[in-house]
Design a protein around this ligand. Structure first.
Ligand code: KIV
Ligand code: NA
Length: 259
């Protein structure tokens, strides 16, 4: 069940084999990724940007998330399916619990929310109801408008202290694992060594330090090159699916004139 699946991810801490995580938003890609053997599939609120054409994740609603979580969960037999809690759906512990329950009802094994110390009561409330929670700290995309852009975190001593404190608080509140986004590699290493739960990083490495967390998460459209209009600088694109779609469409159009 979902609790055992989340516990199995937590138990990967320190066993040497990195946790593999990717985002997924629909049935066919989730099925292919699950069959390929990925450990974790996140129905991220990056949905809004890479699938629905919004400028950032602040436009995503719970209704949108439920629709996509359901599609992904129908496809998955092995991976831990995490559903992101959208902005403004976890303003209070009561609202957070209702949102988490809805995501689980739609098929998620676990839920993820953004932020550190200020989310502790919400994490505790959800975990107490038997729903595994994944934390998300460092750069918080749901705050992009307040912060005026996507900025690396951990460039000052105070910021490092606050993020480390938040990470420890999320662990103590009962999180099964922690996503760390765009923090400097040294801070990611420090947090990874201080926590007993796994860290899953995105944008937390550099050439000198290619591995700073217990696992890695990537946005699937960045990995396969299917949404090429914006690709973050830290992403590694491994295919040109956009180019293939264009080629197939052009061949199809041309074939009609040749028939
Ligand atoms: O929504 C998302 O894709 C995420 C990952 C970048 C961690 O939260
Ligand atoms: Na997200």
């Amino acid at each position: 069940n979902s609790i055992d699946k989340a516990a199995a991810i937590t138990a990967r801490k320190g066993n040497g084999k990195p946790i593999s995580a990717l985002t997924a938003y629909d049935y066919p890609s989730a099925r292919l990724l699950d069959e390929a053997g990925v450990d974790v599939l996140l129905v991220g609120d990056s949905l809004g940007m890479v699938m629905l054409g919004f400028p950032d994740t602040t436009h995503v609603t719970l209704e949108m998330m439920l629709h996509h979580v359901a599609a992904v969960s129908r496809a998955v037999n092995h991976a831990l399916v995490i559903g992101d809690m959208p902005i403004h759906t976890y303003n209070t512990p009561e609202q957070a619990l209702a949102t988490a329950k809805a995501l689980v009802e739609a098929g998620a094994d676990a839920v993820k929310l953004e932020g550190g110390v200020r989310q502790v009561d919400k994490v505790k409330t959800i975990v107490a109801a038997g729903i595994p929670v994944i934390g998300h700290h460092g750069m918080l995309p749901q705050r992009v408008l307040e912060e005026g852009g996507y900025k690396k975190k951990g460039k000052t001593e105070e910021e490092c202290q606050a993020i480390l404190e938040g990470a420890l608080a999320l662990q103590d509140a009962g999180c099964s694992a922690l996503v760390l986004e765009s923090v400097v590699p040294d801070l990611a290493e420090t947090i990874t060594s201080q926590l007993d739960i796994p860290t899953i990083g995105i944008g937390c490495t550099n050439k000198e330090k290619p591995k700073t967390c217990d696992g890695e998460i990537a946005v699937i459209t960045d990995v396969i090159g299917s949404s090429p209009w914006f690709v973050p600088p830290f992403a590694t694109t491994r295919a040109n699916v956009a180019g293939e779609i264009t080629r197939c469409a052009k061949e199809y159009i041309a074939s009609l004139s040749q028939a």
